[in-house]
Design a protein around this ligand. Sequence first.
Ligand code: 13P
Length: 252
Amino acid sequence: MRIPVIAGNWKMYKTIAEAVDFIEKIKPVAAKADHCEVVVAPPFTALAAAAHAAKGSKVAVAAQDLHSDKEGAHTGDVSPVMLRDAGCTHVIIGHSERRHDHAETDEQVNRKLKAALAAGLTPIVCVGEMLEERESGRTEEVLRTQFEGGFAGLTPSDFSRIMIAYEPVWAIGTGRTATPEMAAESHRVLRELARKKFGEKEASAVRILYGGSVKPENVGGLMAQEEIDGALVGGASLKVDSFTALVNYPRA
Ligand code: 13P
C-alpha cells in the first residue's frame, strides 16, 4: 500500500509571515486528511519559521534544494545539516528549474541525493522530459538516463527512502497537464527501471508523484490512476483554498 503524498512546491514565493500563516491554516486540513501525507516546500528564508509552525502537526516541511557538502566555502548554498537544523524532513532534488536555471546535472543530483540520505532527509527526486524530447519519441530514454545517473550507487535500502516526482518540463507552469494516462505511462517506465535496478519490493513501494499544472480540477483524474501516488504542485499550492482542495482530492 503506497500512501499518497500531496506536496506543494512554493518555489520563489512567500515571505516568512505568509508561510507561517499558510501553515497555521493548513494544519487542521492536514490533521483530517488520513488518506495522504502533506508536504510543503517554502523558500529557504521561511524554512525555520515554517518548520516551527508545523511542529507536531501532519504537515511536513521540505527544502527546494541543498548542497551536497556538510559545510564549506560555497557562497549562497545551504547544507543538509542546515536543513535539518531548520526543521526540514524532506528535500526536493533535481527540479527542472534547478536543472535549467543552474545547469544541474544527474551527477550533481546523485551527490545531493546521497548527502540528503546521509543527513536523514527524505529526498523527492524530480525527473522529466522536455517538449522536444517527448515530440521526438525520446521520453523513455530521457527518464532512463536521469534515473540511472540520479540513482547511481544507491542500495535498495537507500532507494526505499526516496520519493520520485515525474514532472514533464512542458507541463510545468504552462497550464498544459499531462493526461492521466500519459503520466501513468511514464510512471510505469520509472517503476520498471526501479524494479530492474533495486528489486520488486522496492519498486512496488516507491511513491511516484506527478507534477506539472496539477490543479483542483484535474487532481482527481490523475490520482485515480493506480500508478500515480501523489502530486507535486507549484502554482495551485500557493493559496490555502486550492491546496486544501488538492489535499482533499476526489476519492472513490
Ligand atoms: P506547476 O504546478 O505550477 O505547474 O509547477 C509544478 C512544479 O514544478 C512542482 O514542482
